[in-house]
Design a protein. Structure first.
Length: 346
């Protein structure tokens, strides 16, 4: 098993501008600032409220730091909306992740921490207005196989959280059309995971358990004030960051700039371990000053899977660094939104 310390992430692989947020406002449409929930270091319970009259994007970047024989877990939620949840066995020590979500104006999330989780950074960025509605909708999609149709006429930000229940491999996925918005696989009965994604108006998300068993902790959504992402949104031509090569490894760092002036790119990435070693990557906004995508598995279980979902603003450069080992990407795509959610981007 590879031993990967937090200092490796901090000193070697995370650019200084991401750690310090030093270049916010320079270029790009998302200008992230540091928030103190969770604060950098071994996390503890905390709360953060969006006191602005506009919605915010939040990104939480973390790593398991679990001593032998213990469990590390945390949950950040706002009522029925579980924005970020992970649960790690001690064999997962060194595994990493990132949660990217929208926190509506005036709303608060509260985090609880069990055991030892190291939070590398927590960031928030103002959006262009208060586009999220106050109504929380229950996504009645639970169990081994289920589906839910967004029939409300507007897009919806969905947050779901799960925990593995069976010994051995547990694997589940959720998708609409050809877009895998949530994929998770872990080789033990301790693992927990969460997903955030946009479910376009009229789209049907289908979730299934391919192996093992899962308990659904929560499944809910908040509607947008209008249409943003079409269910048949066109994919960005030439997108290759990270490069899809499954079942082969992707070992090369990459970057991509959203050259559109009037629309965001909604990015979906799914990564899998293809060997019994530590495989990981992380990605960040070069100008915005925040890590927005990370996944790493360090328990030597071949086939472990996770991913990222985030919004790339106009003018922003997205950079991915492949870490130890070599993750393999079965999905990496950027969907063209119908506009932008960021101030001054259009």
């Amino acid at each position: 098993k590879a031993t990967v310390s937090v200092l490796y992430w901090l000193e070697m692989k995370v650019p200084l501008l991401v750690l310090l947020g030093c270049c916010a406002g320079a270029l790009g449409g998302a200008h992230f600032r540091v928030i103190d929930c969770p604060s950098t270091g071994t996390g503890s319970g905390c709360s953060y409220r969006n006191t602005n009259a506009i919605d915010e994007l939040v990104s939480l970047f973390f790593q398991a730091d679990v001593p032998a024989g213990e469990v590390g877990a945390f949950t950040c939620r706002n009522g029925a909306m579980t924005y970020c949840h992970r649960r790690y066995a001690s064999s997962d020590d060194g595994s990493s992740g990132d949660c990217f979500f929208i926190l509506p104006a005036g709303q608060q999330f509260d985090c609880t921490v069990e055991g030892s989780i190291y939070f590398i950074n927590s960031r928030a960025a103002a959006m262009s207005g208060a586009g999220m509605l106050d109504t929380v909708t229950d996504i009645a999609c639970r169990g081994a196989s289920c589906s839910y149709t967004n029939a409300g006429g507007t897009d919806m930000w969905v947050a779901q959280a799960f925990e593995a229940q069976a010994a051995g491999t547990n694997r589940m996925s959720c998708s609409y059309g050809s877009v895998e918005v949530c994929v998770y696989s872990v080789g033990n009965s301790i693992g927990g995971y969460s997903c955030n994604y946009i479910l376009p108006a009229g789209a049907t998300v289908t979730c299934r358990v391919d192996e093992g068993n899962f308990r659904t902790l929560s499944s809910a959504g908040v509607p947008f004030g209008g249409a943003y992402l079409s269910a048949s949104a066109q994919e960005e031509g030439g997108w290759d960051c990270p490069k899809v090569a499954y079942p082969l490894p992707s070992v090369c760092d990459c970057s991509y700039t959203n050259t559109h002036t009037d629309r965001d790119l909604v990015v979906v990435v799914t990564a899998t371990t293809i060997d019994e070693d530590f495989d990981a990557f992380h990605c960040y906004f070069y100008y915005g000053g925040a890590n927005v995508c990370a996944w790493g598995s360090n328990n030597n279980d071949k086939g472990n899977t996770g991913g990222c979902y985030f919004i790339l603003p106009p003018g922003e450069r997205f950079v991915c660094s492949m870490q130890w080992g070599a993750a393999s990407f079965s999905m990496s795509t950027a969907l063209m939104a119908g506009g932008t959610l960021f101030p001054g981007a259009a």
